[in-house]
Design a protein around this ligand. Structure first.
Ligand SMILES: Cc1cc2nc3c(=O)[nH]c(=O)nc-3n(C[C@H](O)[C@H](O)[C@H](O)COP(=O)(O)OP(=O)(O)OC[C@H]3O[C@@H](n4cnc5c(N)ncnc54)[C@H](O)[C@@H]3O)c2cc1C
Length: 456
C-alpha cells in the first residue's frame, strides 16, 4: 500500500513530521502538491513570490528524489476542488493514507474537513507551530494579549523542548523529479535561497553571528541585522523548531531571557505564533473584519490619490517613501518600516488598513496572511494587543530615530543624496521629490477624532 504526503506551506524534507511518519510506516511513499494558478491569480501573489515558490518546489522535488519519492505537482483548480482532486489521486495511485500538517485558517480547516468527510484517508499531524493551538488562559479562553501568551509559551517550551524529526530514510533508489513549470508572470527571486541547506546555513549564520546583538540593532533598517528568514518560513522551507534548536545551540540559555538578543528573537517567532492563534480562535479576522469590533464603524475617507502616493513612495515623508520603495524594488521591507508605513497609511492618510493589507499581500515575497493581518491591525489600532489609537507614529521623528544619518533613505531616494543628516528628514520640495502630502500635526487630530467618535 502507498502513502502520499500532501505538501502545503511546508516545502522541506527535514524536520517534516508528516514525511517522517510516512517514510517510517510505508514502503511506497509519494509526494503531492496541489498548485492552483487560478487561485494564485485570485489572491494576486507577487511575481517575486511566484518565482520563489517555483524554485522551492524544484528544490523539494530534488530532496524527495534523493529519497526515492516521486513529487507530483498537479493542477488543484479552485480551493474547493481539493476534495475531488485528492480523491481521484488516491484512487489512481491506490493510496491508503494521505499525510498532511494541520493548518489554522478557516478555508483550510473547511477544506480538510470536507476531504475527510468525502472519505479521503487524510491524517492530520500537528507540526507547524511551537505552541499548540489549544493553549488557553486561566479562564479557558484563547489569549488576546501577546505578553501573557509569550510567557506561557516560554514556560511550556522550557519544560518540553521540541525535538526536530530525524532525517527520513530513503524508501527507494534516487529518482529525478521533473522541474515545476512556470505558472504566471514571475520576477527574479534568486537573491533568496530556496534550497533547504542554504536556508539552514542562513539560520546558523544569523544565530551564531547576529542574534546576540539583535535587540540592539534590529530596528535600524540600514543595518542588515535581522535574520531575513521570513521568506523561507512563509513557505515552510524552515520550521520554527529548527529555528529554536539552532538558536539554543548557538546562544544557550540566553534564549529564555527576554531581554537578551536571542530571547528577543525568540519573542519575534512567538509573535508569528500569536497571530496564528488569533486567526484560528477569532476567524472574523480571516474574513476581513477588525478584531476590535467598534473600529468597524470608522468612516475611512480612502483618498485614492493619497493611496497611490503611498504605494509609489512619494508622500514627501522620506522614511515612509524609502520603505515603500524598498518594497517596490525588492519585494521585502524591514519590520520597522512596515510599522511606520502601515501607521502612516491609516493614521496620516486615513485609508482603511485593509487597502494596505492587500497591497502588502500582493507585493511581499514573504506574504503571510496571519503575520500581515496581525501587523496591519496592530498598526491601525484595530487588532488584539493593538497600539492604543492615540499612539500615533510621527514619521519625521521615526526617521530621525531609526535612520539618523539618512543612509537608508539615501539608498532608496537618490534624489535626496546631497542632503545633510539634519535636512534629510524634512526636505523641501526639490526636483522630483514632492512636498509632504499631508501635515502630520493636523491629520493627527483628525485621526483622534475618527477613533473617538466611534468609541464614545
Ligand atoms: C504591517 C505589517 C505587515 C507584515 N506582514 C508580514 C508578512 O506578510 N509576512 C511576514 O512573515 N511577516 C510580516 N510582518 C512581520 C515582520 O515585519 C516580518 O516578519 C519581518 O520583518 C521579517 O524579517 P526577518 O525575517 O528579518 O525577521 P526577524 O526580525 O529576523 O524575525 C524572525 C522571524 O520572526 C517572525 N516575525 C518577526 N516579527 C514579526 C511580527 N511583528 N509579526 C509576526 N511575525 C514576526 C518572522 O517569521 C521572522 O522571520 C509584518 C509586520 C507588519 C508591521
Amino acid at each position: 500500500m502507498t502513502a502520499v504526503v500532501w505538501f502545503r506551506n511546508d516545502l522541506r524534507s527535514l524536520d517534516h513530521r508528516a514525511l517522517s511518519a510516512a517514510c517510517a510506516k510505508h514502503q511506497n511513499v509519494r509526494g503531492l502538491y496541489l498548485l492552483s494558478p487560478k487561485q494564485l491569480d485570485e489572491h494576486i501573489i507577487a511575481p517575486i513570490r511566484r518565482h520563489y515558490l517555483r524554485r522551492a518546489l524544484d528544490e523539494l522535488g530534488r530532496q524527495l528524489g534523493d529519497l526515492g519519492i516521486v513529487l507530483d505537482i498537479i493542477d488543484g483548480g479552485h480551493f474547493a476542488d481539493a476534495t475531488k482532486h485528492l480523491g481521484n489521486y488516491c484512487r489512481d495511485h491506490q493510496i491508503d493514507t494521505v499525510y498532511a500538517h494541520r493548518e489554522w485558517l478557516l478555508d483550510e480547516i473547511h477544506r480538510d474537513a470536507a476531504c475527510i468527510e468525502a472519505g479521503v484517508p487524510l491524517t492530520l499531524i500537528d507540526d507547524s507551530l511551537l505552541s499548540p493551538l489549544e493553549i488557553a488562559t486561566g479562564d479557558g479562553g484563547p489569549y488576546k494579549v501577546f505578553t501573557p501568551f509569550s510567557r506561557r509559551c516560554r514556560t511550556q517550551l522550557m519544560a518540553n523542548f521540541p525535538v526536530c524529526s530525524r532525517r527520513p530514510k530513503a524508501v527507494a533508489d534516487k529518482i529525478d523529479n521533473a522541474p515545476c513549470p512556470p505558472f504566471g508572470q514571475e520576477r527574479d527571486a534568486s537573491a533568496w535561497p530556496a534550497n533547504q541547506d542554504d536556508v539552514l546555513e542562513q539560520l546558523r549564520g544569523f544565530c551564531a553571528e547576529r542574534a546576540h546583538d539583535y535587540r540592539e540593532y534590529r530596528d535600524i533598517p540600514d543595518l542588515d541585522n535581522t535574520s531575513r528568514l521570513s521568506t523561507a518560513l512563509s513557505l515552510g522551507l524552515l520550521s520554527p523548531r529548527q529555528c529554536l534548536a539552532r538558536l539554543q545551540q548557538e546562544c544557550g540559555d540566553a534564549i529564555w531571557d527576554a531581554s537578551s538578543g536571542a530571547g528577543t528573537w525568540l519573542n519575534e517567532l512567538l509573535w508569528r505564533e500569536f497571530y496564528r492563534h488569533v486567526a484560528y480562535h477569532f476567524p472574523r479576522v480571516v474574513r476581513g473584519r477588525a478584531f476590535q469590533a467598534y473600529t468597524e464603524q470608522i468612516p475611512w475617507p480612502n483618498d485614492a490619490a493619497l493611496f497611490d502616493a503611498w504605494r509609489e513612495g512619494r508622500t514627501g515623508y522620506p522614511i515612509v517613501d524609502a520603505g515603500m520603495r524598498q518594497l517596490r524594488d525588492t519585494g521585502w521591507m524591514h519590520n520597522r518600516l512596515r510599522m511606520i508605513t502601515a501607521s502612516f497609511l491609516c493614521k496620516d492618510l486615513h485609508i482603511d488598513w485593509r487597502w494596505g493589507e492587500r497591497h502588502f499581500m500582493e507585493s511581499l515575497i514573504d506574504a503571510d496572511f496571519c503575520s500581515n493581518n496581525g501587523g496591519w491591525q496592530w498598526a491601525a489600532s484595530t487588532g488584539t494587543d493593538a497600539a492604543p489609537y492615540f499612539r500615533i507614529f510621527n514619521p519625521t521623528t521615526q526617521g530621525k530615530r531609526f535612520d539618523p544619518n539618512g543612509d537608508f533613505i539615501k539608498h532608496y531616494l537618490p534624489e535626496l543624496q546631497d542632503l545633510t543628516p539634519k535636512a534629510i528628514h524634512q526636505p523641501k520640495e526639490q526636483g522630483n521629490y514632492p512636498a509632504p502630502v499631508v501635515d502630520h500635526q493636523k491629520v493627527r487630530q483628525i485621526t483622534l477624532a475618527l477613533f473617538k467618535n466611534v468609541r464614545d
